[in-house]
Design a protein around this ligand. Structure first.
Ligand SMILES: Cc1ncc(COP(=O)(O)O)c(C=O)c1O
Length: 485
């Protein structure tokens, strides 16, 4: 493939030209460049409303790109080391689902870590595949799941030699990376394609100090949230494809099924410009982010009661490499839960972190951070620690066993269901997913047997005022289970 100049932004240029041409719009969106929604236009700015166009010849069509979107996608593919790239405007969720539907047929088995994001369960239901779950390694001190070991993948392959694909996460929300290269080699040796959820790794191939990406180690597909860590607007992600195990025709067929016919030009232009920035100055920008993350870790680790974990975890079970821009901080030493610390930071210091769990908080450091933002976080944590009498270390280390899958997620999704009080649900088969969001990893998935341990854990999460999702009842006093009244 001929190398193209990464300083180009074909789609962004076309949209700017369209805005400058002052076309009289008789097309949707019906706000007509903002004239029909003046309060919103005044707040967001006229330019943004003018850019909110729809598919037309000079702006290309996201469902069947042949000109400027096609060129921009080609540039993105080259920048990320892929053969093909597809803009996504419904987040990596759409990419995860498209990967599973492209690689597998209904009834195929797919090997998947049990700590995968809920979008994976969506992909499993839509495609009708049968999941074979891998238990990730767990760090008991931190109380979080780590990566996948080679041995656990080998065992799953031995027990399921006809599985069609292996699904991996690179990195996890907390920055943990498995030995992706070896896992890909093992899967390919057994003719299984490798699909990688890189929702949290879109920035990684633009600086040498980051772990290797799916495309760099020869995986077949990956989906990356450019919006999460690489600069574009929320919802804009990319689907990447390489090799010959999955055909571009199949991927296009799948995208044609699920893709909106009204893809946002604002989102797609932000992808175009973010890709240019990453390709041209990503290394420099990420060097700055890494230095800030390193400085934050050093300072936070001087505070008694806090532990900002990082590369020292490499070599412990399930940790082959680590993305340092994920600033996970264990707060159990101060006697707080992560949820309590998140609330404190927000209410008393006006700082919003990305997520919290029973023992940790997670701050994302990115190309948008500065010494000022990092110092604000460090100072807030110092202040909290200085005002806290070191309390007894709370032990919240809950390692749930993989729940037993009784029926496939798809069969459970389409089965009759009834509502039962959570307290009375032990022994039933769940008809819905329950998860803390973020991170969006199901505590229980539809089709799995509800145990007492799971009910107790959901109650604990509720008590901690953790944001829960996935159920019909927003308060999870009730849960849908299989069966009829
Ligand atoms: C591991 C993982 N995969 C996929 C997703 C979905 O990404 P998006 O929000 O871009 O749809 C997320 C979102 O948080 C995630 O954490």
């Amino acid at each position: 493939m001929q190398r193209m100049s990464q300083s180009k932004t074909p789609l962004f240029d076309a949209v700017k030209k369209y805005v400058d041409s002052k076309v009289v719009p008789f097309h949707v969106p019906g706000h007509k460049q903002g004239a029909g929604l003046s309060e919103f236009r005044e707040y967001i700015g006229e330019r943004a409303m003018q850019m909110d166009a729809n598919g037309m010849e000079e702006l290309d069509f996201a469902n069947n790109p042949t000109s400027v979107i096609f060129e921009s996608e080609k540039l993105l593919a080259q920048a990320f080391g892929a053969q093909s790239a597809y803009f996504l405007v419904n987040g990596t969720t759409a990419g995860v689902q498209a990967m599973i539907m492209s690689a597998c047929e209904p009834g195929d088995k797919i090997i998947i870590p049990r700590n995968a994001h809920k979008s994976t369960i969506g992909g499993i239901i839509l495609s009708g595949v049968i999941p074979v779950y891998l238990q990730p390694e767990v760090n008991d001190k931190l109380g979080i799941a780590m990566g996948i070991s080679e041995d656990s993948l080998k065992k799953a392959i031995k027990e399921n030699p006809h599985a069609k694909a292996v699904f991996l996460i690179n990195p996890t929300y907390y920055g943990v990376v498995s030995d992706l290269k070896s896992l890909v080699r093992i899967a390919h040796r057994h003719e299984m394609s490798v699909l990688v959820d890189e929702a949290h790794g879109a920035h990684m191939c633009f600086h040498d100090d980051f772990p290797l990406t799916a495309m760099e180690v020869g995986a077949d597909m990956s989906a990356a949230s450019i919006h999460k860590t690489a600069g574009s607007m929320t919802q804009s992600s990319v689907l990447l494809l390489r090799g010959s195990m999955i055909s571009p025709e199949k991927v296009k067929q799948v995208l044609n099924l699920t893709y909106t016919t009204s893809a946002s030009y604002l989102l797609m232009c932000s992808l175009d410009v973010a890709r240019k920035q990453l390709a041209i100055s990503g290394s420099e920008l990420l060097e700055n982010a890494l230095n800030l993350a390193r400085m934050a870790r050093d300072e936070i680790n001087k505070i008694e009661g806090l532990y900002a974990f990082g590369k020292e975890l490499i070599g412990t079970p399930g940790v082959y490499d680590f993305d340092e821009t994920k600033l996970g901080i264990n707060v159990a030493g101060l006697g707080f839960t992560g949820y309590e610390m998140e609330t404190k930071l927000r209410n008393e210091y006006n700082i919003q972190i990305e997520l919290s769990d029973m023992c940790n908080i997670l701050a994302i450091i990115s190309i948008g951070d500065s010494e000022k933002s990092i110092t604000a976080l460090i100072n807030a944590l110092k202040d909290i620690a200085s005002k806290t009498e070191i309390r007894e270390h709370k032990n919240y280390h809950i390692t749930l066993q993989n729940p037993r899958m009784i029926v496939s997620p798809r069969d459970a999704f389409y089965s009759p269901k009834k509502k039962v009080p959570l307290d009375k649900s032990v022994g039933e088969i769940s008809g819905e997913m329950v998860m803390a969001y973020p991170p969006g990893i199901p505590v229980i998935c539809m089709g799995e047997r509800i145990t007492e341990e799971i009910v107790d854990y959901i109650k604990l999460l509720k008590e901690q005022k953790c944001q829960m999702q996935g159920t019909a009842d927003p308060f999870i006093d009730y849960i849908m289970v299989l069966g009829s009244d």
